[in-house]
Write a protein that binds this ligand. Structure first.
Ligand SMILES: O=c1[nH]c(=O)c2[nH]c(=O)[nH]c2[nH]1
Length: 309
């Protein structure tokens, strides 16, 4: 990065660039592919960022090297039209490769894509050929970063997936001191909003759609357990770690995974404060959903490559 000396109010300030980048955010596109009556859609929001090999536009107001963010936006549409969008990851790779090969003064290209969660409508149990419904179960996203001369680094993720279970969750045995008021909970509700991201160790022959579905299923199964028994969770921390372990065990192309799980609290309402009310003898349990504050638990794990000695 270029360094520069700037004289300001008779003082010379020495600075150098730590990082630069510019691009177009949130370029929205919908791809429609018609296969006879069967139509397929893919809606994406694409953000592009380029880093150039010099900073003359910042330093001197010299724009000769700037590939306008407007041109970057056009590139998104042109490449989608020319090559089609197969998966968000494949499209991010295509864009990074394009910017690095077309412009020799681009040092690094970064693309972030979010996919709109359209699902095919079902009418009378049949999948509709051309009608869709947005389902915000989870948001799929991916990231691709490629530096000149380097391999593309692709990560993908799943966020905003809210899940809840009503038993098989406990939290006991934590620090007992003068700051503690929370009692041990042997059986509590467990609700979280999954935010996860994983990094690929290869981009060759990866079925990105299949991996995304697999990771989502592993997260759900590790949280919920078998349909009729469930699985016990001693803490959010332990469930988070076991989920990441299962993902790395199940998908060899994933090198590293991070998750952030807020602990969305559901507090029991204290009905002993209403001594004059007769609540009958029933099984209604009433909780108070509390979105803030929430606990927040996060961890990232990566493969440890053991030497073969
Ligand atoms: O699973 C949990 N982990 C914590 O660290 C924690 N802290 C807390 O108050 N409740 C919980 N639950």
């Amino acid at each position: 990065m270029e360094s520069n000396n700037y004289e300001m109010k008779n003082q010379v300030v020495h600075t150098e660039f730590v990082d630069t980048g510019y691009g177009k955010n949130y370029v929205k596109l919908l791809q429609l592919r018609r296969e006879g009556d069967a139509h397929h859609i893919q809606e994406l929001e694409v953000s592009v960022e380029l880093t150039l090999n010099n900073q003359r536009e910042y330093l001197y107001g010299d724009n000769t090297d700037i590939i306008a963010t407007d041109s970057q936006k056009n590139t998104v549409y042109i490449l989608a039209r020319k090559f089609g969008v197969k998966t968000p990851e494949q499209f991010a790779l295509l864009l990074c490769n394009h910017f690095l090969t077309k412009y020799s003064h681009v040092d690094k290209a970064k693309v972030y894509i979010e996919q709109a969660p359209w699902k095919r409508m079902e009418i009378d149990g049949d999948k509709h050929v051309h009608a869709f419904l947005i389902s915000d179960e989870a948001t799929r996203f991916c990231d691709c970063v490629q530096a000149r001369g380097g391999k593309p680094l692709v990560s993908a993720g799943l966020k905003k997936m809210k899940i809840l279970k009503t038993t098989q969750s406990a939290f006991t045995g934590f620090v007992k001191d003068e700051f503690r008021t929370l009692p041990d909970a042997n059986d509590r509700l467990f609700c979280t909003v999954v935010d996860s991201k994983w990094w690929y160790n290869t981009v060759d022959h990866v079925n990105f759609d299949k991996v995304w579905d697999t990771v989502k299923q592993v997260i759900l199964e590790t949280f919920a357990g078998p349909a009729h028994e469930g699985v016990f969770s001693p803490s959010v921390q332990n469930t988070l770690f076991i989920t990441e372990k299962h993902v790395l065990a199940g998908v060899p192309q994933i090198e590293k995974m991070e998750m952030e799980l807020p602990n969305v609290h559901y507090f029991g309402v204290d009905f002993t404060r209403f001594p004059k009310i007769n609540f009958e003898n029933n099984t209604n349990e009433i909780y108070m959903p509390t979105d803030k504050p929430s606990g927040n638990i996060r961890a990232a794990i990566e493969r440890k490559h053991m030497s073969k000695l």
